[in-house]
Ligand binder design. Structure first.
Ligand SMILES: Nc1nc2c(ncn2[C@@H]2O[C@H](COP(=O)(O)OP(=O)(O)OP(=O)(O)O)[C@@H](O)[C@H]2O)c(=O)[nH]1
Ligand SMILES: *[C@@H]1O[C@H](CO)[C@@H](O)[C@H](O)[C@H]1NC(C)=O
Ligand SMILES: *[C@@H]1O[C@H](CO)[C@@H](O)[C@H](O)[C@H]1NC(C)=O
Ligand SMILES: *[C@@H]1O[C@H](CO)[C@@H](O)[C@H](O)[C@H]1NC(C)=O
Ligand SMILES: *[C@@H]1O[C@H](CO)[C@@H](O)[C@H](O)[C@H]1NC(C)=O
Ligand SMILES: *[C@@H]1O[C@H](CO)[C@@H](O)[C@H](O)[C@H]1NC(C)=O
Ligand SMILES: *[C@@H]1O[C@H](CO)[C@@H](O)[C@H](O)[C@H]1NC(C)=O
Length: 429
């Protein structure tokens, strides 16, 4: 046995010796005297939840409480399912910014000490009223989906201390002193929803630099890339949102002609009027692009990559693979793209959810395994060149990741949007 190991065991015994009955599990967990923040990521799907996570992380730091990492909520065949946070994103890089804790650790190690059943309260802005429940004032944390499913998943079916309201405060870092005062005697602040606006503020967006996919997601994505034949090849990844639900959401732009913000449009247009140097309002094309706009986006981004000096000098391989991530697998569109792109690029392989199409020799192969959205997200985020959708929060995850983790500014593009090559935009994003 090495000296190091013996020393470690010695230290462990010392910890056991001094940790008396406060810590009956024997684990060396200490209690944060400033308290904890717990919340339900009850709004939207992954893109929304991931963006509000950044605002929440910023908020937790500003009120100086340990943030308990909630599971991501995923809807599978209209059923609510939960993915542990730590299965998707790495925790250690986030710890460089602020104190966080997994839900599992919290529930198994701390809840028995500081969040006993009779001491639980639930916090919201003001009473959430429901027509079927008019007499019951309160946060009503079990009303609606996924609210009820979330707390039941944690094993919480009651908040015996009832509801606490934070009105007139807002969940914003510039109210942190008021929050600290108002809730200083609540060790575990449990919020009915994420304490972050959506879209979140531009400072929180930059916390994307602490976001790393787990090794397990990375390995799954690499395996998929291998299976689809573009491992170790440079590739362009595009995010195409064109499912019927999405197009219906885009219709909001037609019916509200002076709409200034929709979902994640701030990734292209900036987040307030002062910085709206582009002076352009949201257009339908930003949300749902025409066939010509898709072709144009691919052409411009491939040309700009493949015309780099390094590529011309053979120091870098040109891009010959296009990876398509999408919410709707429209095979006739893939065939149309194949036909048209052949006119512009002699040697391209299109990797779509169900088909791999080769423009050079006309071959194609079929696949029945559509990538899970996290694999798509990983492959979009790590692509050599990316083209996203200005409005989509799914695209916005990728944009943030590329800009703030990787500084991939010149290879991050959007369909139907000519981004000014300005550092201001990068600051605003
Ligand atoms: N596999 C896969 N799924 C996608 C893709 N784009 C969207 N989706 C699915 O659609 C959901 C998109 O929801 P969000 O993550 O909230 O992003 P959004 O683009 O703003 O869409 P909305 O839900 O309409 O707000 C994702 O969680 C996925 O389930 C894609 O490229 N690949
Ligand atoms: C639990 O609640 C009781 C009664 O309200 C209170 O006296 C006690 O301090 C609380 N304990 C914790 C850990 O919050
Ligand atoms: C909920 O109902 C109460 C009493 O009827 C009312 O005072 C309050 O404003 C309502 N809250 C909301 C958010 O509608
Ligand atoms: C916090 O910021 C918002 C928006 O920028 C502003 O309207 C509000 O007055 C600020 N609040 C405080 C307490 O500074
Ligand atoms: C699928 O793509 C084809 C070809 O681009 C298009 O004409 C058709 O409208 C699309 N189908 C749906 C349901 O969007
Ligand atoms: C067609 O081209 C692709 C990519 O160059 C290659 O992998 C494939 O084997 C070719 N198929 C035939 C039948 O030549
Ligand atoms: C893809 O386009 C090429 C060039 O037009 C064509 O030869 C090939 O048949 C197309 N592939 C499919 C599956 O249609």
């Amino acid at each position: 046995m090495s000296f190091y190991k013996m020393f470690a065991i010695f230290c462990y015994l010392i910890v056991l010796l001094f940790s008396d009955n406060v810590n009956s599990t024997g684990s060396d967990i200490s209690i944060d005297p400033n308290g904890y923040l717990l919340y339900c990521p009850c709004m939207g799907r992954f893109g929304n939840q991931a963006e509000q996570f950044l605002g929440t992380l910023q908020f937790a730091k500003s009120i100086d409480r340990t943030l308990i990492l909630p599971p991501f909520i995923e809807y599978v065949d209209y059923k609510v399912t939960f993915q542990p946070f730590e299965d998707i994103l790495e925790i250690d890089p986030i710890r460089e910014y602020h104190r966080v804790m997994t839900m599992q650790d919290f529930l198994s190690k701390l809840a028995p000490l500081i969040w006993k059943h009779e001491n639980r309260s639930i916090t919201c802005y003001s009473s959430r009223n429901f027509s079927n429940n008019e007499k019951n004032q309160g946060c009503n944390p079990f009303e609606g989906s996924p609210f009820k499913e979330f707390w039941y998943h944690l094993g919480v079916r009651e908040f015996p201390l009832g509801s606490l309201y934070y009105k007139p405060l807002h969940t914003d870092y510039n109210y942190s002193n008021e929050w600290k005062q108002k809730f200083h005697n609540v060790p575990v602040l449990a919020l009915v929803g994420a304490p972050s606006s959506f879209p979140t503020n531009s400072k929180a967006v930059k916390l994307s630099k602490y976001i790393y996919f787990t090794k397990s997601i990375m390995e799954k994505a690499q395996k998929y890339r291998d299976e689809r034949g573009f491992a170790r090849k440079p590739y362009l990844a595009i995010h195409l949102r064109h499912g019927t639900d999405w197009i219906r959401a885009c219709e909001l732009i037609h019916s509200n002609p002076d709409l200034k913000q929709l979902f994640s449009s701030q990734q292209c247009l900036g987040d307030n009027d002062k910085h709206r140097w582009l002076n352009n309002w949201i257009t339908f094309d930003l949300c749902f692009h025409s066939f010509e706009q898709i072709i144009e986006g691919i052409k411009l981004s491939l040309q700009s990559y493949n015309n780099q000096d390094e590529v011309k000098r053979n120091e870098k391989e040109p891009i010959q693979h296009i990876y398509i991530a999408t919410d709707f697998n429209n095979e006739s569109l893939w065939l149309d793209l194949n036909q048209t792109l052949t006119k512009h690029f002699s040697s391209l392989t299109l990797i779509t959810p169900s088909l791999t199409l080769n423009t050079m020799n006309g071959t194609f192969s079929e696949h029945n395994k559509q990538a899970h959205f996290l694999i798509d997200l990983y492959l979009l985020s790590h692509s050599n060149v990316f083209i996203g959708n200005c409005i989509s929060s799914f695209s916005a995850f990728v944009t943030r990741y590329r800009l703030y983790r990787f500084n991939f500014f010149h290879t991050t593009h959007f369909f139907a949007f000519h981004r000014p090559n300005s550092v201001h935009l990068r600051d605003e994003l």
